[in-house]
Design a protein. Structure first.
Length: 412
């Protein structure tokens, strides 16, 4: 027997997140300890939780050290052997610079008998950053802000970021010298390209300086002169090949999370339709598309990563999932029997304090009764604020993982 739609949607979201938690997916992927040291390099929204899962599973009598960098405000686990650092997200700051330096320092003195385990998850691009020669932290902050406002998809954003940082695009792997390196990753990238997760600090980079320049041109990203020169000359090129002893493994993905939610819904007897785990595009356009597509009874699930192009001079409390849902609600209005939840599996929707939002058939009427102009809220990118005013915001706090957007539409 299925629960009421609102409660059921929350349970589906929690099932999706639980399927991608490090404690569930990481221990089985760990190799045996090496003869020498084991050094852990973790960065991303799931870094602390991934490090805690590794530490709990690692033999107590074998050497273990390293650095884990997660967003400021993440839930800090009780770590005994690994160092937990905070970085800034979504725009890097001085803490991100210090975190990058700490990660590089941890690679010193490694040899062939040692092992490096890199733990990657989404968000790493801002959390740890080190400007290449001629660039400053202010330069990288400006580029990140422009990228975030541009509507560029995550693959384009990370292609440019890789070529401006001394950590990304395989450069952290190069710093490990001849030591074997295993990368364990939780994907927030549509298509699950490992080299794009966190801008691929431990993965060889198939993109080029020319590709990075194309991103800047396509999305009108201003670049400082030093960046332009480094990209045009090829001086900022990234490693294109890494040793065979540096493999990578995907631990969790958007598809895994959606499948977990689908299985739960099917146990409730619902007809489930998976609309894809890699939907990309402008959030409001995806919302309108879903509104027109999800009309017959059943549960519709989708993932991926939408984008928001900031067109308002003073944007409100947005979030791409809230914006996607608000666009759908404007299309549905008070259509009976329809409930939806759209949220980010990391627990933070954009720069808002919420994971996302929910709506039901009564949400539209409540907005009218409160005098809320939902169309105006969408135009000024204040979907998160609008849903919060309606009591529909979803507050979870950081979840310790990140497999991107989770969208569930329940049509009764």
């Amino acid at each position: 027997m299925s629960p009421a739609p609102r409660a059921g949607l929350r349970q589906l979201f929690e099932a999706a997140v639980a399927a991608a938690l490090p404690a569930r997916v990481l221990p089985a992927a760990l190799p045996p300890p090496p003869r020498g040291r084991t050094v852990v390099l973790g960065l991303g929204k799931g870094a602390w939780a991934m490090g805690a899962a590794l530490e709990a599973a690692w033999p107590a009598d074998r050497p273990l050290s390293g650095v884990l960098v997660a967003p400021r405000g993440s839930t800090r686990p009780a770590l005994q052997r690994l160092q937990a650092l905070e970085g800034a997200h979504p725009v890097p700051d001085a803490s991100s610079l210090a975190a990058a330096q700490a990660l590089l320092a941890a690679t010193q003195g490694l040899g062939a008998d040692d092992l490096v385990i890199a733990l990657l998850s989404g968000g790493a691009s801002a959390l740890a950053t080190l400007p290449l020669t001629g660039l400053s932290l202010a330069d990288l902050q400006a580029v990140n802000r422009a990228l975030l406002a541009s509507g560029a998809p995550i693959d384009a954003m990370n292609t440019l970021r890789k070529h401006l940082c001394a950590l990304k695009g395989g450069r952290l792997a190069a710093a490990c010298g001849g030591a074997p390196l295993l990368t364990l990753a939780i994907s927030d990238i549509p298509g699950d390209r490992l080299d794009l997760i966190g801008s691929g600090p431990t993965l060889a980079d198939p993109s080029s300086c020319t590709d990075a320049l194309d991103v800047a041109h396509t999305f009108d990203i201003p670049l400082p002169e030093a960046a332009q020169q480094g990209l045009r000359s090829g001086a900022f090129e990234t490693p294109k090949a890494l040793p065979a002893a540096q493999p990578a493994q995907l631990l969790a993905s958007p598809a895994l999370a959606l499948q977990a939610a689908a299985k739960l819904a099917q146990r409730w007897g619902l007809r489930v339709e998976l609309l894809g785990d890699a939907l990309q595009g402008e959030a409001r356009e995806i919302g309108r598309e879903l509104a027109g597509r999800c009309l017959t009874p059943g549960l519709y699930l989708s993932g991926g990563e939408t984008t928001v192009t900031l067109r308002h001079a003073q944007p409100g409390q947005g979030g791409r999932n809230a914006e996607c849902l608000l666009a759908a609600l404007l299309a549905w209005q008070d259509r009976p029997g329809l409930h939806a939840l759209m949220a980010d599996t990391d627990g933070i929707d954009g720069a808002s304090p919420w994971a996302g939002a929910t709506c039901g058939p009564e949400t539209w009427a409540r907005a009218q009764a409160q005098g809320l102009d939902l169309a105006a809220a969408l135009e000024r990118h204040d979907a998160g604020g609008a849903f919060h005013a309606l009591g529909e915001s979803l507050l979870t706090g950081p979840t310790g993982t990140n497999v991107n957007d989770f969208r569930a539409i329940w049509v009764g």
